[in-house]
Design a protein around this ligand. Structure first.
Ligand code: V1D
Ligand code: CA
Ligand code: ZN
Length: 465
């Protein structure tokens, strides 16, 4: 039972050893290697044995087409750096291929791994076989139905939320990446089944959306929440706005599952971001959301100072596990990246001016809380009961828990992630898994309820109720 906010959580972690080999190009700031670095820290901190580690299945075309257009998925599947020149400029423009979203080798496989991890994690949560699932290769929040955007090709978050919506009436999405989570917001802009909340830098900054008065439309009005922030926000300011906003969101929306995009470009010293959060301040958001004791999906996202991204996600894995880890970074394959101090936590940048005055933060907070006050009733949805053993299609089981006590090389670690029976429901918990041991304390538990599949309710890339 996970009654106390400090009780241990059952955590599943999704990682594919191939992910770090994908390469966006020489001058591109997105480095998938950061995920391998985070993984290497996680392993060398000994967090491996404290959670179930899975290699995710690769998402199929059919999985992706729950949100993305067939034409776009076909394009991603076919295009390579070698045949790119055979596509007309107008086709490449249509799919928004260019400097931000280049064609790179394995672009489709990369997207399959990222999306496969998030979908598998959502399935695991739906089956109530875990309290918290983690996919640091996910969180690609800018991808749209028919086009790439902001380094993102396939929106694993939308796909995972669609999976969660099969069992959850209301899903809450939170985005602490420094950029606005526009792709996820857009997908659910017209529905009250998902509330999206993004904290981001606003004003002459990519993607340009996410003003406080961007609140959703039609049935979705007031279910999109935007918290525009200015350069230099620090831990104190962030906590001052994050906590009351999220408290109010939880009270008014009462979700039964939470997805938290943990983009690490909101950290101090990020190559693209201009916030001033420390790893501790960033991790406080995870800690805060964890305390609601709801099924929680933690995803990656942006993050361009890769030594800090790996610090942050390793630390947040420890936060999920409620396990303290040493401030001195253990020896690992990337040890020299953490020089000179080899410390886990980062400091704020002293010289960075915080443009978010208390008055500014208060004004935004008041506006957001005012919008939330309009929400009095939860959304109504069609539901039907399903029999106890009807959970199926769990493609997430690719398990490795033979964790070493000794430090292993990356190659060895990657080899240790092995495939399991893809459709097995047994794992090591016996028939029925842990579902009877898990108690979600929030009032909306509907553990034996399957909701009508909403993935077909998409029109022009937007879900309709
Ligand atoms: F600096 C660069 C060098 C090479 C290629 C791209 C960039 C770059 C930096 N910032 N591109 C950007 C942003 N794009 C623009 C474009 C100018 N155009 C008119 C648009 O400002 C895109 C930033 C994307 C951020 C992605 C993300 O961090 O939010 C993310 N989340 O999950 C995965 C990535
Ligand atoms: Ca954000
Ligand atoms: Zn970002």
């Amino acid at each position: 039972m996970n009654k106390s906010p400090h009780s241990k959580k059952h955590v599943c972690y999704y990682y594919d050893g191939e992910i770090g080999n994908f390469y966006y190009g020489e001058r591109h700031p997105m480095k998938p290697q950061r995920i391998r670095m985070a993984h290497n820290l996680i392993i060398n901190y000994g967090l491996f044995n404290k959670m179930e580690v899975y290699r995710p299945f690769k998402a199929s075309d059919e999985d992706m087409e729950k949100f993305h257009s067939t034409e776009y998925v076909d394009f991603l599947k076919s295009v390579t750096p070698y045949n790119e020149s055979t596509y007309t400029r107008s086709v490449l423009e249509k799919f928004n291929i260019g400097t931000d979203c280049p064609v790179f080798e394995g672009i489709y496989e990369f997207s399959q791994i990222s999306a496969g991890g998030s979908i598998a994690a959502a399935i695991k949560l739906n089956k109530q076989k875990s309290d918290i699932c983690i996919n640091w290769a996910g969180g690609l929040h800018h991808a749209k139905c028919g086009e790439a955007s902001g380094f993102c090709y396939v929106n694993d978050i939308v796909l995972a939320i669609l999976e969660l919506l099969k069992y959850h009436k209301r899903v809450l999405y939170i985005d602490i990446d420094v950029h606005h989570g526009d792709g996820v917001e857009q997908a659910f802009y017209l529905t009250d089944r998902v509330m999206t909340v993004s904290f981001h830098k606003y004003g002459n900054y990519f993607p340009g959306t996410g003003a406080v008065d961007e609140v959703g439309s039609e049935t979705g009005k007031y279910y999109s929440v935007n918290v525009p922030l200015l350069t230099g926000i620090n831990d104190v300011g962030y906590q001052k706005i994050f906590e009351p906003v999220m408290e109010a969101v939880m009270v008014s929306y009462q979700p039964s599952a939470i997805v938290l995009q943990c983009g690490a470009d909101s950290l101090a010293g990020d190559r693209l971001g201009s916030f001033n959060l420390t790893t501790e301040g960033h991790g406080k958001c995870v800690e805060f959301m964890k305390k609601f004791n709801l099924p929680l999906l933690l995803l990656g996202g942006g993050g361009y100072t890769i030594r800090n991204v790996s610090r942050c996600w390793a630390y947040e894995t420890a936060v999920a596990l409620n396990h303290d880890i040493a401030e001195h970074i253990p020896y690992n394959d990337y040890y020299e990246y953490f020089a000179p101090d080899h410390k886990l936590h980062i400091m704020p940048i002293k010289t960075l001016n915080n443009q978010n005055s208390d008055e500014y933060l208060d004004k935004i907070k008041v506006k957001v809380l005012e919008n939330l006050r309009v929400l009095t009733h939860g959304p109504s949805v069609q539901v039907r009961d399903i029999p106890e053993d009807a959970f199926k299609h769990d493609k997430s089981a690719v398990r490795d828990n033979r964790n070493p006590d000794e430090r292993l090389s990356q190659e060895e670690l990657d080899q240790r992630v092995q495939r399991d029976n893809e459709y097995s429901d047994s794992e090591d918990e016996g028939k029925g898994g842990r579902k009877n041991n898990i108690s979600f304390e929030w009032p909306n538990k509907s553990p034996r309820m399957e909701l009508i599949d909403t993935s077909k309710n998409f029109e022009n890339g937007r879900m309709k109720n």
